[in-house]
Structures are given as C-alpha cells and as structure tokens.
Design a protein around this ligand. Structure first.
Ligand SMILES: [Zn+2]
Ligand SMILES: [Zn+2]
Length: 390
C-alpha cells in the first residue's frame, strides 16, 4: 500500500506536474539532446529513407496530390524525381539544423532544448500510434471510390491535370484543416497538439496524432474522404505532365519546411529589399510560403480570423477565396494557442491532458451538454469549465 502510494506520487509529481528541465552542458544533456535530434531528423520527411530512395516505385511531387508512378514516366525524368526526393529530405534537415544554430540571432532568445526533447518524445509516441484497422478502412474506401461508377465532370491529362490536382488537393486540405480548428472533437483531441509550441521551429513542434480519424489537419481523415471523390469527378492523369512534375516538385520542396524561424528571417529580409519584394509578393500570392504557414501558428489576436488563419497547405488560393488569408508580419509572430493555454512541458501530461480535460468536461456537465462538448464549436465553453486545470 505504502509502495503504491509512493509510486503514484512519483508518477504524479515527476511525470505529470514537473516540466522537463535538463541542465545545459552536462554529459546527460549531450546524450539526451543527441537522441532527440536523431528522432526529429527521422521525423523530417522520413530522413532515414534516403538509402532506399533508389528503389522507390512512387514519388510524391506535391502535398495531397496522388503519388507519381515512376514506371509510367521516362527513365531520365524518373531519375530526376528520385534525386529531388533525396534533396527534399536533405533540405528539410538543413533547415532544422539552421533553426537550432540561428535561433538566438533571429529571436534574441536561447533555443529551447527542453521543448525539443519534449516534442521528440511526443513525436516518437505519436508516430508509433497508427491504428491499422482505420488505415485499411480508408484504403478500402479509396479502392471503392476508384471502382464505383461515377460521372466524370472533366477528364484532364498532362500539366493542366497536374495544376488542377494541386488546387483540388489543397481544397480538400483547406476544409479538413479549417474544420479541425473549428470542431471541438478534432481540435481538442487532435490538431491542438500541433499548435502547442510557444517557441516554434522545425525542431520544436508536435506532429498531428496519426490516429487516422483525428489526424485532420495532417491531411488524413477528411482529405482521404474528400480527395478520392474529387479526383474521380475531375479525372486528372498527372503521369504525362513531363518536366512540369520536376518544376512543381521543386516548389513543394522549397515550401515543405514551413515552421522555420531561420527561413522566417530570410523571407522577411527578401521582403524588405525593394529588389526582391515583388518576387516574394508574387510567390505568396500563389503559394503558402514558410512565413504564411508560420503565421497560421500565431497566437496574436489579429490573426484569429476564424479560429486561426492561413489554413491552406500549399496554395493561398482557398484562404483568399474564403477570407481567411493573413499577410505575415515582418517579425515572427508569437506562436501557440489563443486564449487559455495548455502547453505542458512534459510528454505524459502533454499527450494525456487534452483527453483528461475532455473526460472531465463530460463528467462534470449534464449529458444534454455532451453533443456540444464533443462536436460543438471550439469557441464553446461548457457550463462547468475545466480549462486551465492540470
Ligand atoms: Zn492548424
Ligand atoms: Zn503547422
């Protein structure tokens, strides 16, 4: 009994209440930080897949666009796409390391090593929590949509098909992402985690928990439901796009690392220069640059247009159409959550707190409030609040 009490006390005080605080400079610090950096590099575009890149049969050229089958394009084009897939990973790692090295220069603050270790543990846990039944259910659905007789609104091939696929892919992502910010269930149990970094860099952020149905912002759930349908209606055969595939993949690689403080600094410098400003403006007019997505992580009131802003992943078109686009400020905005924060500096509390909070809300409020607690707007607060309790 005594032992049980003691161990629950240790769990409560050390794993739940106490934030991570590794002393800088010790050997333990070097080892832990080394492991954390390895985990984060692993996360960055599947870094350790480089040795097997040569054997790839499909390659992603643009986020939320169906992968290209290398057997269906010419040999030299296939080789270029493989080189680019390796360049994608290397660029991602380079930006991650630049964020650590230049963090103090850009923000005037010390790089948050404890946050990086915290997020590395969280990401390692999240990335190993994939539910195979849900994943296979979504694959079965995709196969069903491909087989199902449906009218084809437009049949397209080549580079036009590629552009349309990019725009359709981002339309699905836009709504998936916007809903994940506005519906309590998907926000509080899923996407909120990706927004809980107060010192945002490529190395200090949590991935969306990949429990499939909760991974809304990360491009799963709704995207996987919407996109096969859209792709079936607008049949877009991108295999014959030729070198347009290389061009669009270069853009995708450039804007893939979109949480970087080092890139924020660089983009702002280019924006401030009279010579390069038109180029940056034109780029942002079409694409989601690093600073555009970084502003999506802002906790500043001016960026709270609709439970946030800049929901697009790759193109700014849908944010502009639906009035949710915000021009990035010159200085990186303060990042994190609007309103009452729940940052949690220890992995266990970070992962479990949103679930504990939701359970407490259900337990303390009458059942007639349950539908709103679960699926109401994220701005809804139940009569008995539990926000801010750990
Ligand atoms: Zn988001
Ligand atoms: Zn993000």
């Amino acid at each position: 009994m005594y032992k049980l009490k003691l161990s629950s006390l240790i769990v409560k005080s050390w794993l739940w209440e106490k934030d991570l605080n590794i002393k800088l400079g010790s050997w333990l610090f070097v080892i832990i930080v080394g492991i954390a950096i390895s985990v984060e590099i692993y996360r960055l575009d599947g870094a350790y897949s480089i040795p097997t890149a040569w054997d790839a049969s499909t390659i992603r050229v643009f986020y939320n666009v169906p992968d290209v089958h290398l057997a269906d394009v010419g040999t030299s084009l296939a080789t270029q796409l493989i080189y680019l897939s390796i360049a994608r990973v290397l660029f991602s790692i380079l930006v991650g390391i630049a964020d650590i090295v230049f963090y103090r220069k850009v923000t005037g603050q010390r790089f948050d090593w404890n946050a990086m270790v915290n997020f590395a543990v969280i990401n390692a846990i999240f990335l190993s929590l994939v539910l195979p039944p849900l994943t296979s259910l979504l694959t079965a659905y995709e196969n069903f949509v491909q087989w199902m007789p449906m009218p084809r609104i437009v049949q397209m091939d080549g580079w036009v098909a590629l552009l349309v696929a990019c725009v359709i892919g981002d339309f699905c992502y836009y709504w998936s992402h916007r809903w994940s910010h506005s519906i309590r269930f998907f926000w509080n149990l899923g996407h909120v985690n990706h927004h809980r970094s107060q010192h945002l860099t490529q190395m200090t952020l949590a991935v969306d928990p990949p429990f499939s149905i909760l991974n809304v912002g990360g491009g799963k759930a709704f995207v996987l439901v919407l996109q096969p349908l859209m792709a079936r209606l607008f049949t877009t055969n991108i295999q014959g796009s030729g070198w347009a595939l290389v061009a669009i993949m270069c853009v995708d690689i450039l804007i893939d690392p979109s949480h970087s403080t080092a890139l924020y600094y660089l983009e702002s410098r280019l924006y401030l220069s009279r010579k390069t400003r038109p180029l940056v403006k034109a780029f942002r007019y079409v694409f989601v640059s690093n600073n555009v997505h970084f502003t999506h992580h802002s906790r500043e009131k001016r960026h709270d247009i609709c439970n946030g802003c800049n929901f697009g992943a790759r193109v700014t078109l849908w944010d502009r159409c639906f009035g949710t686009y915000c021009e990035p400020p010159i200085q990186p905005p303060k990042t994190g959550l609007f309103g009452k924060p729940d940052y949690c500096g220890t992995p266990l509390r970070f992962i479990l707190y949103p679930w504990v909070r939701m359970a407490k809300e259900l337990y303390r409020n009458k059942w007639r409030y349950w539908p709103k607690i679960l699926f109401g707007s994220t701005s809804y607060t139940p009569p008995v609040e539990v926000e801010g309790e750990y």
